[in-house]
Structures are given as C-alpha cells and as structure tokens.
Design a protein around this ligand. Structure first.
Ligand SMILES: Cc1cc2nc3c(=O)[nH]c(=O)nc-3n(C[C@H](O)[C@H](O)[C@H](O)COP(=O)(O)OP(=O)(O)OC[C@H]3O[C@@H](n4cnc5c(N)ncnc54)[C@H](O)[C@@H]3O)c2cc1C
Length: 412
C-alpha cells in the first residue's frame, strides 16, 4: 500500500547527518524573513564576488544539487538508482544574452543527453529554452513576431538551430527530452518551437515533452487543443504536468503592464486545474506520455488511483512521477518502493551560477509553508524513530555508500 507517511522508506538513503542537515535547512527557510534577507545578502555577496563556495557547497548546494559537473553527479545518480529512482540531469545555469554562452549551454545540454544514452538510471533529459535564447528574443518572438527585423529574425533562427540540434540528438540517442515551461512572456515562443519539434521527432514515440503549467487559467483548454492537434498529426503528445513556478512574478508583471493575471485566482483553482489535466491525460493515455511533476501528495495519490481505475500497470513506460532533488523524498521513495516509475531532477552547475536556482528553491520552500512544515515533520519523526534504534541511520548510509560505490565500479 502506498503510504507517504512511511518515513523509514522515505529516508532510507539518508544518514542521520543528512537528515539533521535537511532539518536545519528546512527550519531556516521556513522563516520567510530569513529567506528575504538572505536573498539580498547573497545577491550582494555575489556582486562583490565574495567566495561563497566554501559555505554554500557543503550546505544548501549539497541538499538541492547533484554537483558542479556531470561527473560529480555520478554518485547521486547511483545512490538514487539503488532505490529504483531515476535521475534527470538539469543544467540549471540561468540564461544569457551572449551568443557564445548560449552555444555553450546548448553543448552542455547535449552532453547530458549523451550521458543519458549510456546510463540506464537517467530516463530523461531536460532543458530550458531561455538557456539557449536571450529573454529579449523570446519575448519578441512571443508577442511581436510580425515586427521582427532582419537581425532579430537571424537571432531567432540561431535559437531554432540550437533547439533542433538538441531535439535531434535526443531522437537519435532515444532519450526523451523535457522542455521546461517558463515565464508567461516567453511561453508562446516556447510552445510553438516545442510543437514544431514534436511534429518532427514524436512520430514513433514521445521524444519531446511540452510542459503544462496548471496555475495558468488557459492551460486546460490548451492541453485539449494540443491533444487534438497531436492526434490529427498522428504523433504522441509528451506532457510534463506541473503547477508553475513563477506565480508572484507573473502577478506583478500583469499588474505593472495592465493585463489580467494569467494565473488562477487561488490555490484551490490551480489544484483543480492540475487534477483535471491529470484526469484528461490518463483518460486519453493511448495518445500521451506523462511526467507528473509535483510535490503534492493529493495529486500523486490521484495519479495512482487513476492508473488503477484505467487498469494501467504501475511501471507503465508512458507514466513517470518526478520531484526535485532535496524535496519530497517521502513521495519519491515511497512511490519507487511500490513499483511506480519515479525520477528526480538533479540540478548541476558551478556553485556561483547555481545561486539563482538555490534562492528560488529557498523561496519556494518558504512560501509553500504547508509543504515545508510537512517535510520537516517527517524528518523529525524519522530522527526520533532512529534514536530508538541508534545505529540504524548510519548503518543504512554505510550500506548505501557501499552499494553506490560498487555500481560505479561496475559501470567504470
Ligand atoms: C519534476 C518537476 C519539474 C518542474 N518543472 C517546472 C517547469 O518546467 N516549469 C515551471 O514553471 N515549474 C516547474 N516545476 C515547479 C512546479 O511548477 C511547482 O512550482 C512546484 O512543484 C510546487 O508545486 P507542487 O505541485 O509541487 O505543489 P503544491 O505545493 O501543492 O503547489 C504549490 C504551487 O501551487 C500554485 N499556487 C500556490 N498558491 C497559489 C495561489 N494563491 N493561487 C494560484 N496558484 C497557487 C503555484 O504554482 C505553486 O508553485 C517543476 C517541479 C517538479 C517537481
């Protein structure tokens, strides 16, 4: 029986020290004033190029990131694999306006696809279009396509070339590829280019996945209309379903620019939209491949119930659940233990360049008070249980490290 309260399974890969570190971090970020002040302090320290690495790497970085390079993530990948959980290498360096940097990011994404081709424990690759396109061109292409001049058109065609190269590599290496959803201001261009890649590469199966942000008021209808289009085209519709990560920013931008907020009016409406999208996809699963990207227990239970209702096997290749590294292990580990397909986003990149990602994680954990409190409660519970059996945590961790090292040796 799937039970997210089972902390023994949830934290079986964690030593007591790992758990204490997570407890400390979750306690810290649960205080929104700490996160708000911390954000400004970190941005200031970044601006004066203060050497943050020695403080950040063994703490928040270690909890939420796999490493600074692909190779550094190997240990994490093997560790998750021991528990039947896949890894999705996420090169989380933020976008740039420099062509050279955009090309470098595209090359790094291709390296993650190469890595996935040779590593069974990496079921997907992922990237953000804003990593290979400047924000400015994404916004122009989204809303002012007809007004774009020759220079802008040339810039956009370089973005298309990068995107095509990434998707073609994924296709040739048979590695399904998630295209993350981003700001409302960029999303029309992202949706359009993703659709064009799907048409080319999803003929036999879902290689390219579009991301649906259920916090957007228009996304349920969008999902249905895309389903119709993919159906007509005779291709599989790959969908990563998430709630959406940029709510505050979207609301502020809409108010500043005088257009109605694209976000649902409250959390309840977002939850309903998410669960309706889930119901729709599972009902039409023959046309879809799904990644349920959520830390929400109710939506995860709903997925398992729907799979049961429609007679879908737990390990059906078309359906995965995914969480972010360092978050909601109680969901990932318990799902995997029950035989469902699960993967974790494993973000990586140089510590300094990962700071915006880490700040976002801290903010998310501080604004999602309920969820942070929930995780903290589960961690505390497990630590208490382990105190009753003092050696348990360290023994698990030793076993875990030995297994992980053995797997790495086998692969080498
Ligand atoms: C594997 C994975 C991949 C992801 N990929 C992306 C991506 O490509 N693009 C992206 O934008 N995000 C992405 N996210 C982040 C995701 O969108 C959410 O921000 C995050 O997962 C929290 O939502 P939840 O479903 O886990 O849980 P919950 O904690 O139940 O939901 C929190 C979310 O609900 C919504 N919400 C909260 N309050 C309100 C309110 N008052 N009104 C309306 N809505 C509200 C917001 O979207 C908020 O993030 C991803 C997450 C995961 C786990």
């Amino acid at each position: 029986m799937l039970n997210f309260e089972n902390t023994e399974i949830a934290f079986s890969s964690k030593s007591n020290n790992d758990l204490r570190k997570s407890r400390f971090l979750f306690k810290l970020v649960a205080r929104s004033w700490v996160v708000n002040i911390g954000k400004h302090v970190l941005n200031f320290l970044l601006a004066i190029r203060f050497p943050l690495r020695p403080f950040v790497k063994p703490t928040i970085f270690e909890v939420f990131c796999g490493g600074e390079t692909i190779e550094e993530c190997d240990h994490r990948i093997a560790k998750l694999d021991n528990y039947g959980i896949g890894s999705i290498l996420d090169y989380s360096v933020e976008g740039s306006a420099e062509e050279e940097q955009l090309n470098k990011t595209a090359e790094m994404i291709i390296r993650t696809i190469d890595k996935a081709e040779h590593t069974k424990a990496i079921p997907f690759a992922v990237f953000k279009v804003s990593g290979i396109a400047s924000d400015r061109i994404l916004e122009r292409k989204s809303w002012h396509d007809q007004e774009m001049g020759t220079k802008e058109k040339a810039e956009w065609s370089r973005v298309e070339e990068r995107m095509h190269k990434i998707a073609k590599t994924a296709y040739e290496k048979d590695v399904p590829l998630f295209v993350d959803a981003e700001d409302y201001a960029f999303q029309p261009a992202i949706d359009d280019i993703t659709w064009r890649m799907m048409k080319i590469f999803n003929k036999k199966k879902a290689i390219v996945y579009n991301t649906i942000q259920a916090y957007r008021r228009d996304r349920y209808e969008f999902l249905q209309s895309m389903h119709e289009k993919t159906h007509q085209e005779g291709i599989t519709y790959g969908v990563k379903l998430v709630r959406g990560a940029y709510m505050e920013k979207e609301r502020e931008r809409a108010a500043e620019n005088g257009y109605p907020s694209p976000i649902h009016k409250n959390k309840d409406a977002t939850d309903k939209c998410f669960n309706n999208c889930l119901r729709y996809i599972i009902k039409h699963i023959k046309d879809f491949a799904l990644c349920n990207g959520t830390h929400n227990e109710e939506s995860t239970y709903l997925l398992t119930e729907l799979m049961d209702q429609y007679g879908i096997e737990k390990n059906d290749k078309r359906i995965f659940s995914a969480q972010l590294l360092g978050m909601s292990d109680h969901i990932s580990y318990n799902l995997a233990h029950e035989g469902y397909n699960v993967a974790k986003y494993v973000p990586f990149g140089p510590v300094r360049e990962m700071m915006p990602y880490l700040i976002r994680r801290a903010q998310e954990n501080s604004s999602a008070q309920g969820q942070t409190g929930r995780e903290l409660g589960l961690i505390k519970h497990e630590l208490k249980e382990r105190k009753k059996d003092r050696r348990h945590g360290e023994r698990e961790s030793e076993m875990d490290n030995t297994l992980a090292n053995k797997k790495m040796e086998e692969r080498a």
